[in-house]
Structure formats: structure tokens, C-alpha cells
Design a binder for this molecule. Sequence first.
Ligand code: S3P
Length: 415
Amino acid sequence: MKLVANSSSALRGIAPIPGDKSCSHRALILGALANGTTRITGLLGSDDVLATARAVAALGATVKHVGPGEWQVTGSRWTTPAEPIDCGNSGTAARLLLGACAGVEGLTVTLTGDQSLSKRPMQRVTAPLERMGAKFDGGDHLPITVHGQALGAIHHLNIPASAQVKSALLLAGVTSGAAVSVKEPLASRDHSEIMLGEFGNPLTGCDIAIASDPSSAAFPLVAAAIVPGSEVTVRGLLVNPLRTGLYEVLEQMGGAIALTNEQLQSGEIVADLTLRHAPLQPCHVTAANVPAMIDEIPALAVACAYADGESVIEGLAELRVKESDRLGAIVAGLVACGVAAIADGDALRIFGRGTVRGGGKVVTHGDHRIAMAFLTLGLASEQPVEVDQAEMIATSFPNFVEVMQGLGAHIEEVA
Ligand code: S3P
């Protein structure tokens, strides 16, 4: 399916953003390992998260979908499933499950993934797990078979900062009882640590309310930042400081941001965020600030395209191994839309002129965030922007088009 975004007048209103993807995966996995029943509200019903729900059910948990965003998971001892587990497009599902399964003695399970996931590196997880004594058949890529074992302690230095690697090790510690310590020169998102605190030790079923995903909210909020006259609010947004890098940079660039109604929800900070359009200045983001916005770089690149001057975002090597080579896809998409941009080593340089020609046919390489970013870019460009393979948006933000249309965005399907 191809979608096209056309120049839109001021975007206004409240954008209903689905639950955070990282927290949704973790709630299902921890619920499936806990004693008793966990009630989850606000779970993201996207393809990636549904892959994790099916996986933990295949491993022995009882998983019930009781209403919109409402799920119940009853944990049990994990046992060998009849079939391989398909993680679909989800790196988080694959890497967290590799860790959790590695520590369950007697469990044997093969994890598979789609074409994109089967190209993504897994050794970053399996190598430290092997140091704990874990046993795998397979190399750096899925399919990989895990033979659950008794594991020993590990002290891991988490470079490059990866919450998936950290979480895989913590989950291996949970299932095996081995001591795990992780040192991070640059902090990665800490949702696993926070949620482990909610479940307690030993893990006990609890109520988890999941906040709106800042990585999905990035698209309507960047749209508000680039379309003159816009004002968009997201309620109940996850504003964990390890996830809000984009919003800090948008504010430095001149975007008018207001945060209200901050509160704690299942151990995480949530708030209402309103962004009002204002002319954007270019930004300079250094590598140390990237982990807090790693999934938001495509959206930030769109804001930079509309800023007047050269923006630089450093330390983007990890973008080469996301759902696509995101650094390459961003540069190619920007150039196709008339914006000068280059990948300079692992830095992205965008030479904004305040306005964007558009008119590009953007190749998404099956990457949901590339699709959503360039549809956002097209809402303020002189000519429409078309993206291929918009189906993949369902991996993280299934109602993206409806949410954007609800604010007044002109996005539609094309033949
Ligand atoms: C995630 C961690 C990040 C992020 C991914 C989700 C997580 O990946 O890009 O979308 O839920 O732990 P890395 O661990 O590879 O940095």
C-alpha cells in the first residue's frame, strides 16, 4: 500500500497516541514470568507487541485480550513450545525473549523473524548471555535455537548503549536466578528496571498502566512543529527522561512546548504535552544525547529539514542496524524531497532552508518509522510526498493515519 501526504493547513487538537511499545513488550514478558495474574491497560495492539503476546502464550502463559488495550496475563513455568516462535519485525521481542528463555532450564525454543529482523545482529545479546553459560544454535542472525540452562553471574559493560541487551541480561537473571550487573557509560531506557520494581521480587502479578508512546507521538508533534498555525496535545505521554530527547531538542529549536499534569503511573512519569508551531532553528545533537531519542531520529530529521540552516546529529552508527539502514533511508528520502543532506561518518548533516520542495517518492525499505517520518514531511512541503510499503506502520502505530487525519492532516492511499 502506498500513501501520499499533501500540504495541510494548521493541525489542531488532541492526538490519541497508543501505548508505549517498549513497555508493552516488557509487561507481557514479566507478566508471563510472574506468579499470578497481571492486568495491563493501555497495551499497544501493534504487530510487534502481538508477536510477543503470541510468544509468551506459546511458552505457557495464559494471555487474554479483555477489551481495547486491556489484557490479562497469568504466568507459569515456561515450557518448550510445539513450533518455532515468530518474532515478526520486532527486535525487542527477539532480543528480550532470547534472554528470558536462556535461563529457563530444560526449555528449547527456536526464534524466527521476518526478512528485516533476520538481518539484524543478535550476537550483541547472545555473546554476553554465552558468558553466563547460555547455549544457542545459530550465529548472529535469526533463526536461533535457545537451550535453556542454569546460568552464572555476569557484569556487563553496555556499549553501545542498548536497552535490549541490558533487558535480555536482566531477564536471563530473572529466569535463572543468576546475579546480573550492567554498567552503562551512556544510559539506555530503564523501563525494564522500573517495571521489575513494580512486579517485586519474586515477580508477582500486578496492575500495569502503559503510557502513550513518545516514539509514536513524535510524528503528530513534529507535524505541529512544521505546519504553521498548528497546536497539538498528547495526553498521558510517557516522559521518562531517557525517552524525551526529541522534545528537548524541538524546544531548543524554537518549538513552543508546554508540559502539564505530570504524575507517576506504574513507576513511570507521564504528562500532557502541547506543542505549538514556531519557526525552527537548526540543532546540533551530540552522541551522548542520542540514546534518549534513538527511535525519534527520523522525526527529528524532518524538523531539521524545515529549520533554516545546517543541523548536525552525531553518533548515529546504531541507525544502520534498525528496521532498515535508517541513516541511509533518511538521507535518500530527504534528497528525493529536495533537501540537501549527507551521512558524514556516523553523523547526519541536514542543510535546511526553512521550506521543503517535497515531490519525492520515498523508499521505506519496510521501515515503519521511515514511512511515518516522510508522511509527516509531506504535510508542509510544496509538493506531495509518497511512501511505499505503508503496511509496516502497523508494527508500531496501527492507527497512525486516522490520528493524523483527526488533526487535519491530508494523508491518503494512492494506487
Ligand atoms: C528498545 C531499545 C532500543 C530501541 C528499540 C526499543 C527497547 O533498541 O531502538 O526500538 O524496547 O528496549 P536498542 O536496544 O538496540 O538500542
